[in-house]
Design a protein around this ligand. Structure first.
Ligand SMILES: *[C@@H]1O[C@H](CO)[C@@H](O)[C@H](O)[C@H]1NC(C)=O
Length: 185
């Protein structure tokens, strides 16, 4: 009798275990479903973004943003070539020459932030062809940044770039902490 009782108890335990196992399985399926629906949501979002960036940017938009990667010891009037492109809608900025060439007549906005390096200050100017439109100074000290801004009407083919201010000898601009930005208003 005792033996039979123990057996029944044992069988009940196995049955319970399989029931709990079933619940665990349901929980796992539930979690997998939630993860899947989250992944589907993410994919749908990405798809929407791709559609927007792929087709919704009109061909008359112009905007660029670029970073200078290396430290550069600049000679007089040397162009700063911001070599790492982050944004270049309309491809009007050339990362090999540092030139922005206006693709249309219009009002453009430009900005530049920069850092000096190695115990020298750094003096820059932003030029429209060769006329100065902005000027900036990064003071000698513990990483003192400089900045320049400009708003200007450009005709198609006009060039805007950042260059070393003439007459200061060699000054070093800090890589990775200097950016050049511009867009058609
Ligand atoms: C600026 O330079 C470009 C290219 O050399 C030239 O086509 C354009 O006429 C110049 N613009 C002005 C205002 O000098």
């Amino acid at each position: 009798m005792k033996y039979i009782c123990t057996s029944i108890l044992f069988i009940t335990c196995i049955r319970n275990a399989s029931v709990y196992g079933g619940e665990d399985c349901c929980l796992k399926i539930g979690k997998a479903k939630a993860a899947l629906s989250e992944a589907i949501g993410t994919l749908q979002g990405t798809n929407r973004l791709l559609e927007e960036t792929g087709s919704a940017i009109p061909s008359n938009k112009v905007a660029f943003h670029a970073r200078l990667t290396p430290h550069v010891a600049l000679g007089s009037t040397q162009t700063v070539i911001f070599d790492h492109v982050i944004t270049n809608i309309g491809k009007a900025y050339n990362q090999h020459t540092g030139h922005f060439t206006a693709p249309f007549n219009g009002i453009y906005v430009f900005a530049c932030t920069f850092l000096q390096r190695e115990g020298t200050s750094v003096n820059l100017q932003m030029v429209h062809n060769s006329s100065e439109i902005s000027r900036g100074h990064g003071a000698n000290g513990a990483g003192v940044a400089g900045s320049m801004n400009a708003v200007i009407y450009l005709q198609k083919g006009d060039v805007v770039k950042v260059r070393h201010y003439p007459g200061f000898g060699s000054q070093t601009i800090h890589g990775d902490w200097s950016f050049f930005t511009g867009y058609l208003l």
